[in-house]
Design a protein around this ligand. Structure first.
Ligand code: BGC
Length: 259
């Protein structure tokens, strides 16, 4: 059994748990620490180091980030501190924890976990996993293989980024009922269906727990739409899977410099 620590950095909480990467099960209780105000790199680094020390597991650690992650660098920061942009966050976390840290975009991690252990199990062809929260995250998976950093929440729709109009935060901000929000989400999904023709959309993020509110209103012509199954564990599980080598990227250089 390979047990790897997965850590999910979110807008309100940073959560970690050891994961059996063969089954996707958490093998100890999840620990959550509130995200420090402003989510600046040094403050987040301290929380990640605290979680690593708390679990005391040997071996690599998988960490998610809510922005573009390429070769260990964080290259966008829509909903976190702008100092992340261009940072070698992989090196920052590796230095702070003394463990080999592997970074992955949060929605990509959730997508990997759902495809392997959740709502996408045994689904061939194209699957789009969308996480609705503060922003909209996306993971594009074809025959089980992830195409990373698709950032479809930033698709331009109605003169705005889709996430500013159809995220869960937009639902709360604009005081929409579920039917009104589903209408927006449906417009967005219809556009994605036209562009990607996925067999399946998996809807994740906090709203996956309230599927009965939106599922009746979210119907598409060609693609099936289902709620995610791993709920708020998907990021942790996907991060651990990636660190376990399911998606081992080439390690970047080790100094925490901006590119
Ligand atoms: C970011 C994505 C992220 C998503 C969900 C978006 O604003 O650009 O990288 O996956 O939010 O956190």
């Amino acid at each position: 059994m390979t047990v790897i620590l997965g850590i999910d950095i979110g807008g309100s909480g940073i959560k970690g748990a050891p994961v059996d990467t063969a089954t996707g099960q958490l093998v100890a209780e999840r620990r959550r620490i509130p995200t420090p105000e402003g989510a600046a790199p040094d403050d987040v680094k301290a929380v990640v180091a605290e979680l690593v020390a708390h679990f005391g597991l040997p071996g690599p650690v998988g960490v998610t980030f809510p922005g573009i992650v390429q070769r260990g660098h964080t290259l966008s920061a829509a909903n976190v501190h702008k100092d992340w942009i261009g940072l070698n966050a992989d090196a920052l976390f590796t230095e702070a924890t003394g463990h080999d840290v592997f970074l992955i975009n949060d929605a990509d991690a959730a997508g990997l976990a759902e495809a392997r252990f959740g709502a996408g199990v045994d689904q061939s062809g194209t699957v789009l996993v969308l996480t609705f929260g503060t922003g909209i995250g996306s993971a594009l998976i074809h025959d089980g293989v992830l195409v990373p950093n698709t950032e479809l929440g930033h698709l331009w729709l109605r003169d705005k980024h889709a996430e500013t109009w159809a995220s869960d935060r937009a639902r709360e901000r604009d005081d929409l009922n579920w039917k009104q929000w589903s209408k927006r989400a449906c417009t967005y999904l219809q556009h994605l269906e036209l562009l990607f023709s996925p067999e399946l959309f998996i809807i994740g993020g906090g709203i996956s727990k309230k599927a009965e509110k939106w599922q009746p209103h979210l119907k598409l012509e060609r693609s099936r739409v289902v709620p995610a199954q791993l709920l708020n564990e998907a990021g942790i599980v996907g991060a651990a899977m990636m660190a376990a080598g399911h998606l081992a990227p080439a390690k970047p250089s080790r100094s925490a410099k901006k590119v």
